[in-house]
Design a protein around this ligand. Sequence first.
Ligand code: UD1
Length: 478
Amino acid sequence: MDKLKISGGQPLNGEVRISGAKNAALPTLCAALLSATPLVLHNRPQLNDVRTMETLLSQMGVKVSYHDGGVTLDAATIGWPLAPYELVKTMRASILALGPLLARCGEARVSMPGGCAIGLRPVDQHIKGLQAMGAVIDLEHGYIAAHASKLKGAHFTFDVVSVTGTENLLMAATLAEGVTVLDNAACEPEIVDLARCLTAMGAKIRGAGTPRIEIEGVAALHGAEHRIMPDRIESGTFLAAAAATRGEVVLRDADATILDSVLDVLRRAGARIETGQDTVVLRGKEVGKAFDLVTAPYPGFPTDMQAQMMALATCANGTSTLIETIFESRMMHVQELKRMGADIDVDGNTARVHGVSRLSGATVMATDLRASACLVIAGLMADGETTIDRIYHLDRGYEKIEEKLSGLGASIRRVSGVSSQKSEVRSQKSEVRSQKSEVRSQKSEVRSQKSEVRSQKPEARSQKPEARSQKSEARSDL
Ligand code: UD1
């Protein structure tokens, strides 16, 4: 397994390009299932989750081909409307295939995603919404088996705001008969991006980005070209890292208009921020104030940025309070931050972070995607070396993170599983060599003892007559 090694203490300085958004790429890849002609996506982020989704689609029969920075998906025929357990267990977002498959093929079989490190994460809203549109859904053998000869437009109100739930129903509704109204819909910018892509494919959508979305179903969608929006969580992560190291960083190809809540908290922490057309500049020299935040659905503070901001809070002057309201157990990074010297109390979903003067590098373990990003920031802040284990979580959602951070002056390197195995083999070999040389030196010691014994023997022999004469002398004494 790969690890990251970070020598902390250097401020980040320079420019970094923001990649396409993971959480926008995943639903738009699934949108390709809705059309029999190719969908071309630009600004595709090179991430493991994106590759997993492409694998899933190609197993269904979608032809996936790559071009410079993008991907073309041709779903002319869908042979197997199936998302198997093996792929769903590695990526919950596979559930996004359910709505489009059902709408296009009239059937779908998608493995039920289980709970995950950050919470239970049920998918009841996805299922209830599709049932409201006329789908018959059975849960059998760990799979959601859905059928609908033709989905029908419906009025559905979400009990809880769900991002992928909204995306699933939005995609399904584009090919349903009649009008669908989604109330209490999620307003995340990734939903607006998906709606833009669907509209380019011929869908009729109003209100994406508001809590009420109206979709008028059409008979068929067609291929289109779409550019995936910039990743707001990657943007926020680099800004938090720049602030935490008191650096000065420029984000390129970013979108400041969707970062308001994050920029607001960073400003309260003392950062000076300027935004441009597709740039964000952060100056972190005066960062150091404690701050409070509460995660909430968009436009509230994103749960996906809570962990990174906690790293920043560890060295603030005073106590910061961070409240997580979206997921039940999204504080797994706290224990690891404490191992680096942070002072944090957790009470339920509230973390009180009492600022300390410094963190100290340690070996820590990543538990989920954003917790990994938190540990990277903590490593950049800390004295000495930090080793982060299990960084496959990081590779799911951050494109070339060590390359981008190195470009900003960070001392960070990946130790690949293969090379760390090799170095382990090397150290085992050298141990074997040293054991062999010990055995050799023991043998030579044995040899020299033997020769000493041999050299003592003639002496012993020459002493024998003397002993014999002493013995006979002694006998004569009896
Ligand atoms: C998406 C994002 C994830 C982000 C999260 C919240 C993607 C691929 N992932 O995840 O990065 O952290 O939004 O912003 O876009 N819930 C239910 N029933 C449901 C669905 C959700 O009770 O059917 C609950 C969840 O357990 C959670 C809350 O609703 O407590 C929000 O979850 P949701 O918005 O669905 O998260 P995801 O779409 O899975």
